[in-house]
Design a binder for this molecule. Structure first.
Ligand SMILES: *[C@@H]1O[C@H](CO)[C@@H](O)[C@H](O)[C@H]1NC(C)=O
Length: 272
């Protein structure tokens, strides 16, 4: 699998670079992203934005490239057939994956045909404020994509609030495998996956925050880590890794920012 090239352990995160500031209250928090494996007519430059303040979030803005994104000129606005909950959505292989409002239902929305192409309940997942990240905002279910594919982080009653990670089949949204970590979901501000490892961030308000925990799904083991992470605008509501660009995308208090990362190379001959 060529996308595993350059995989490694996260060792450093750069300063945030700001690309856009939302100009209405609806943009205090949100999601912005690029598809790491776009399908024509979309490209690696296609940029997507969803403002997620409000109770009926359905508008998805598409921009041809970063320049149009920064200028605020969308090429198209999609209206979803169901409203989105929170900031866990992402774009992957030409589809928007998101949690349907007030449910544990995951939806796959094919942007080209503008139709829902898969729908599945995430078994036992808490939702609507049962197991959110520390900033709240109904962030119970958070999708992630990395070099290995599609993931979702959440919690269940059985896990008593600890972060549960499941690998999802991107076609059917079925759970392929599940891991239970020992870190409480409500004790961390956010999380993201890189090369099959989950990383958590300890604060969404502190400018001098840290990535404080790493859970490796290959070895099924977690450990504390300490990697500096800056919340420049002191209200970080979304953090996602893009495996094609090897960057973190985040939405910090109206501001859409990006961080460089450094991964320590893992031996290429290793049996991944
Ligand atoms: C995860 O664990 C596997 C198996 O022990 C190891 O080969 C790999 O390097 C680890 N990855 C990271 C990012 O620590």
């Amino acid at each position: 699998c060529p996308t595993l090239a350059g995989c490694g352990e996260l060792v450093w995160v750069g300063e945030p670079a700001t690309f856009r500031k939302a100009d209405t209250i609806a943009g205090k928090y949100g999601v912005w992203m690029r598809d790491p494996e776009p399908i024509a007519p979309y490209t690696h430059d296609s940029t997507w934005r969803i403002d997620t303040v409000g109770s009926d979030i359905r508008h998805v803005f598409e921009y041809d490239d970063l320049d149009q994104f920064m200028k605020g000129y969308p090429s198209k606005v999609y209206v979803l057939p169901a409203s989105i909950e929170s900031t866990g959505a992402l774009m992957y292989r030409g589809a928007l994956y998101f949690q349907k409002r007030r449910s544990r239902t995951l939806l796959k929305y094919d942007v080209k045909t503008e139709t829902i192409s898969a729908q599945k309940d995430l078994p036992h997942a808490g939702f609507q404020g049962q197991f959110p990240y520390s900033w709240g905002g109904y962030t119970d279910i958070d999708l992630a994509v990395d070099e290995r594919g599609l993931w979702v982080t959440y919690s269940t009653n059985k896990a008593r609030g600890a972060i549960v990670i499941s690998k999802l089949n991107p076609e059917t949204l079925e759970v392929e495998q599940t891991w239970e970590t020992k870190i409480r979901k409500q004790s961390v501000a956010n999380s993201f996956m890189i090369c099959g490892t989950l990383y958590t961030v300890n604060s969404y308000v502190s400018q001098n925050a840290a990535i404080n925990y790493a859970y490796n799904t290959t070895s099924s083991s977690g450990k504390p880590v300490n990697i500096a992470f800056e919340n420049r605008y002191k209200y970080n509501s979304m953090i996602d890794y893009n495996p094609a660009e090897k960057k973190l995308f985040a939405w910090d208090n109206f501001n859409m920012v990006m961080y460089d990362v450094k991964l320590a190379k893992i031996n290429r001959n290793e049996n991944l």
